[in-house]
Design a protein around this ligand. Sequence first.
Ligand code: NDP
Length: 334
Amino acid sequence: MAEPTPARIFHDADADPTVLAGKTVAIVGYGNQGRSQALNLRDSGLAVVVGNRDDSYAEQARADGFPVHSITDACARADVVMLLVPDEVMPEVWARDIERSLRQGACVSFASGYTITFGAITPGPDLDVVMIAPRMIGPGVRDRFVDGKGFPSFVGVHQDATGRAKPRMLALARGIGSTKTGCLELTFAQEAHLDLFTEQGFGPMMGIALRQSIELLVEQGYPPEAVVMEIFASGELGYAMQRAADTGLFAQNAFHSHTSQYGSMTRSARVMDIDLKARLLDHLDDIRSGRFAAEWKAEQQNGLQLFNQMKEMARFHPLFDWEQRTRKAFRMDD
Ligand code: NDP
């Protein structure tokens, strides 16, 4: 394997907050990421306005003390616009409410590389286009800012119209609290590919191992409630993954018994010959070629028929019932 190129990572010292002094930041979409990023930016001393449809999210933003406008008006007032609506609605919102209202030389910031990578949005040449894609769910973006810990992000400049795109991006990343941990530079395409691969490559493989293990153990006569609890419902697996994230995948082995470590290492060696890479590469090819993005767009245009059918079908897997029984037996919903 070729030696990988070292990644470039930005920290607080690389970001100059004065770049955004006196500027207005519009948060478009006050959902998971929108609320947390708006609160963090305000606490970092920036002037923040919110653009949202007039509904419960807008009410929440008002209750949090932000000036709330229509998306179009918020964008027209702003030097920087942070696009924080779901990726699947962003092209429509962009074309309808945003594109024509942006100031010349405005900086548009995406929290994911998806829409730009797959050609769903093409910003005008007079705009700075940057990405700050948190590796953290929305509530964590706020909690870790308040705790003073920060969170990692992938960042990148897609278009530098003003010559100030990168300093603006880094000042924003610092404002939301991410340069405290570190912001790793990637292209929009690399971010989108990695994100989708985790969901479509790694995720399903892990899910299949989990599901087949549960099916096998129940077939072998173990009580479903015990199997479901053992494999994932106790939270032990989630806890071990968190320790792996905190201390390292190999270092976290020390938290398991010697029997567990020995059994796990020797049995891992026995299944080393299972070659998942060819199948994983198929999934990566679908992503990189744009086939997945085209398929997903067609599915949305088709009224999400397959999406809804597949969600419905999942209810017919015996695991659905086993899980309900386990949750009831252990009073997990009380
Ligand atoms: P949410 O689903 O939480 O976004 C909800 C917001 O979008 C609400 O303000 C909602 O307002 C608005 N919205 C939804 N549909 C529309 C529409 N058709 N027109 C106008 N506004 C709409 O999004 P997330 O925070 O999850 O994601 C935002 C971005 O952050 C995405 O690019 C995502 O990829 C990225 N991201 C998300 C992460 C996460 O953990 N969730 C992690 C890292 C990045 P209303 O419906 O009231 O109009």
